[in-house]
Design a binder for this molecule. Sequence first.
Ligand SMILES: [Zn+2]
Length: 332
Amino acid sequence: MRNNKWSVRQRTSLILVAAVASIAVTALLVPKNRASEQVISQATSGGSSNGKAAENGVATSGSILPGEGLSKVIATIEQETKKELLNLPIPAEFQGRVFEDVNLPKKDKVIALTFDDGPWTDSTVQILSILKKNNIKATFFEIGQNVETYPQLTQRVLAEGHVLANHTWSHSYRQFSQEGAAREIDQTEALIYKLTGVKTTLFRPPGGFLHNGVADYAKSKKYAVVMWSADSNDWRRPSPDALANYVLREAQPGGIALMHDGGGDRSNTVKALPHIIADLKKQGYRFVTVPELLEMDDKEVKFQQAAKSKGDISQQMSSNLEKYKATQKDKA
Ligand SMILES: [Zn+2]
């Protein structure tokens, strides 16, 4: 079964409970009278009564040391929680699958904005600032070579709350051997991980090519292969108005919009983006990251399955009731 059904809050609570439990267990393990009280009070108050503890014959070299012990535990919890939050697995049904959008009821007006080919000077920063102004989190499919050139931009994308995703190392459209495809994806994954602690789970093949080896390798590594349903065509550099219209005419609940923050002159994308956002907001859309979109679809599928089985059960019950009534009638 999947563990990722656990909400972030549940996981955080669990880690906190585990930490408190570990403090308690350590305290209980300390011998001598009043020793446990002392360890707890020292750990929680941040007091510096090392000497006293030593006087009482309490070993202070355990995992929880007075004062700094608690802050160490908290730092570890924070680090672990951060790692957990950065690396929540995507729903199992999307691992190793290719998709352009997700199925959501029409009333769920959510859409995911995605940006490819960065990080890139100027345009990535400009796009980040537009997203920040609108309080929108997006998904960035980055090219390994560009991450190597602008590592701080990759870190900034993450620091501003966006999702980092894999768009190969060299952005080549050529046919790859399995080793070549592996290098394209693994090298990018490793560099992003080294810089940010994020292990990418989403992949988009350059040019949307699904048959030159890279997408197959990504699927074999359980990546979700994310295509798009609303294409800005911004790589062709249409006017900002035309670019915005391309996205808006294809926008739909559960959709994924494709734009580029890197790989060339993206000034028209930067100009069009505020209009795209304003129009979609006016239509009642909310903006989510691709992993959030997948979670929503997953919940919707589960909800429908539950509704169906509930329907099956009530059908079964009423048919049983009919049968029962019939037997009663026979008896009468
Ligand atoms: Zn690309």
